[in-house]
Design a protein around this ligand. Structure first.
Ligand SMILES: Nc1ncnc2c1ncn2[C@@H]1O[C@H](COP(=O)(O)OP(=O)(O)OP(=O)(O)O)[C@@H](O)[C@H]1O
Length: 311
C-alpha cells in the first residue's frame, strides 16, 4: 500500500534542534492525527513534506519514491500560517489555485463550486477573503487544499478555531478523502477530536516520534490501570507490591489501581486476589487511558530538554 514516509528527518534552526530523527508513515486511505506540544516539530515536519523547508538530513517518500516537484503538486496543503490572498475573491482565488495545479478552466470552476458548496461558503464566493469570519476563512483554506483534487492531504491545525458544526463538516470531508484512498495527515491540539476521527495517531516530543499506532493499540499500551469495585482498599491494597491507588479517580466506591514500573505481568491477578481475600468484588475491569491521558504520560515522561517552545 502506498504511504507517505518520513524517514529520520533532522532539522535545526540555528541552535534550535527542531527535528531529531522524525520517522513515521501515513498510509493511503487513513487519517493520521499528528499531536505534540507547542514547538515539538509538527509544522516543521509538514513543511519539509511540502518542500517549503529543506531537511538537514533524512527523506520524505511517497510510494517509495522521493517527494519531488511532481509529487508535491499532488499534495493538498493547509499551512498553519494560512496562505490565502486577503484581497482576492473567494471563488476567483480557488479557481486560480486549481489552475495553478494543472486543472483546466472548466474543471477548476466546477471544483471550486463543489468545494465551496460542501464546505458551506458558496454564498461567499464573490466576497474578498478578508471580509469572511476566521472560521469561514478556514473553510476556504480547506477548499484551497482540496480544489486541485490532491492525492495526499497535509493539514496543519485545520480544526483550530472552528465551531462544532464546521468541525463535523471538516471531519466528514477528511473521512471521505481517506475513503477515496488519500492519505490524510493533520496536526491538532484537540485530543478528543483526534481520538474520535483518526485511524492512527503519532505523538511527537522534542522533534521525535515517541508513540505511534492505532488508537486502540496505543490505549492498550502504556500505564496499566484497573477499576475495582470491592472492599475498602485500605484493607488489602497495601499488601500488593507493584501497584498504587490513583488519587482522584474514585467513583461510587470504586478505586482505580495502577501498576508501577517494573510490576509483574500478572500483578492484576494479585490485585484481584488480594481484594477478594477481604470481601466481595463486584467489578474488576481494565481501565484504558484516553488519548489525553496517554499523551500526558508520553509527553511528560522522562522528557528530554524540549526543542524550545515557541512564544
Ligand atoms: N522559522 C523558524 N526559525 C527559528 N526557529 C523556528 C522556526 N520555525 C520553527 N522554529 C522552532 O522549531 C521548533 C519546532 O517548531 P514547529 O513549529 O515545527 O513546532 P509545532 O509542533 O508545529 O508547534 P505548534 O504546536 O506550536 O504549532 C520550535 O522550537 C520552534 O520555535
Amino acid at each position: 500500500m502506498a504511504s507517505l514516509a518520513f524517514d529520520a528527518l533532522t532539522k535545526s534552526y540555528g541552535s534550535v534542534q527542531a527535528l531529531r530523527g522524525m520517522t513515521f508513515d501515513v498510509r493511503a486511505g487513513e487519517i493520521f492525527g499528528f499531536v505534540g506540544s507547542n514547538g515539538a516539530g509538527k509544522s516543521t515536519t509538514m513543511r519539509i513534506a511540502l518542500g517549503v523547508l529543506a531537511a538537514d538530513s533524512g527523506t520524505v517518500t511517497w510510494d517509495g519514491r522521493a517527494v519531488d516537484h511532481a509529487v508535491r503538486r499532488r499534495i493538498g496543503y493547509m499551512p498553519e500560517e494560512r496562505g490565502l490572498y486577503p484581497r482576492m475573491k473567494v471563488g476567483e482565488q480557488l479557481v486560480y489555485l486549481a489552475r495553478l495545479h494543472g486543472l483546466d478552466g472548466r474543471a477548476a470552476r466546477a471544483s471550486m463550486e463543489h468545494w465551496t458548496e460542501v464546505l458551506g461558503v458558496a454564498a461567499r464566493r464573490d466576497d474578498e477573503v478578508l471580509k469572511l469570519s476566521l472560521g469561514n476563512q478556514q473553510r476556504v483554506q480547506l477548499a484551497a487544499a482540496l480544489v486541485h483534487r490532491p492525492d495526499i492531504l497535509v493539514l496543519d491545525e485545520p480544526f483550530s478555531g472552528l465551531d462544532p458544526v464546521a468541525v463535523d463538516v471538516m471531519s466528514g470531508v477528511l473521512r471521505e478523502q481517506a475513503s477515496a484512498g488519500v492519505p490524510v495527515i493533520f496536526s491538532s491540539h484537540q485530543l478528543e477530536l483526534v481520538e474520535r476521527i483518526s485511524d492512527r495517531v503519532g505523538i511527537v516530543r522534542a522533534g521525535e516520534m515517541v508513540a505511534v499506532g492505532g488508537i486502540d493499540e496505543l490505549r492498550s499500551t502504556g500505564v496499566r490501570r484497573w477499576v475495582v469495585d470491592g472492599p475498602p482498599p485500605g484493607g488489602w491494597l497495601g499488601s500488593v507490591p507493584g501497584v498504587r491507588r490513583v488519587d482522584g479517580h474514585d467513583a461510587d466506591g470504586r478505586v482505580v489501581v495502577e501498576a508501577t514500573p517494573g510490576a509483574p505481568d500478572d500483578v492484576d491477578q494479585e490485585v484481584l486476589g488480594a481484594a477478594l481475600a477481604v470481601g466481595p468484588v463486584r467489578e474488576f475491569a481494565v481501565l484504558r487511558p484516553t488519548l489525553t491521558e496517554l499523551y500526558r504520560h508520553v509527553v511528560t515522561a522522562d522528557a528530554p530538554e524540549q526543542a524550545g517552545a515557541r512564544a
